[in-house]
Design a protein around this ligand. Structure first.
Ligand code: HEC
Length: 103
């Protein structure tokens, strides 16, 4: 009985931690990936360059529940002559999308 109880608490704690980790954005990793992929050649956080600023993209996607998923797919497939990301696994690309959306 006691052990069961402890296990239940442990699993709740693990779930809680995983939830926090998923919601947290690793800004440093995102910026490093954006730089490595030369996104910053066309995108700036504040200003529109060749591409729209990350701030304006965050505003465009604001309130959309599937924003991270949509942007991750955009970055993986690179439609409309937009180059797809060549490095990084799905988690890293998702992190970049979440970071852009947090600007
Ligand atoms: C050669 C210039 C160029 C580079 C390099 C570039 N972009 Fe873009 N990006 C654009 C332009 C232009 C648009 C607007 C047209 C469009 O949506 O395709 C855009 C649009 C976007 C969008 C908006 C998509 C939407 O749904 O509205 C995102 C997000 C984005 N870029 C992220 C990135 C990231 C991340 C990188 C690096 C992997 C990157 N871009 C590299 C020019 C560029």
């Amino acid at each position: 009985m006691k052990l069961k109880h402890a296990l239940a608490i442990a699993s709740i704690l693990t779930m809680g931690l995983a939830g926090t980790a998923a919601a947290e954005v690793d800004a440093k990793a995102a910026q490093a990936l954006a730089k490595a992929e030369k996104c910053t050649k066309c995108h700036d956080v504040e200003k529109d360059k060749k591409g729209p600023s990350f701030k304006s993209l965050a505003a465009k996607y604001k309130g959309k529940a599937d924003a991270v998923a949509t942007m991750t797919k955009f970055l993986q497939t690179g439609p409309n002559d937009h180059a797809a990301i060549s490095k990084g696994d799905e988690a890293a690309i998702k992190n970049l999308a979440a970071w852009i959306l947090a600007q």
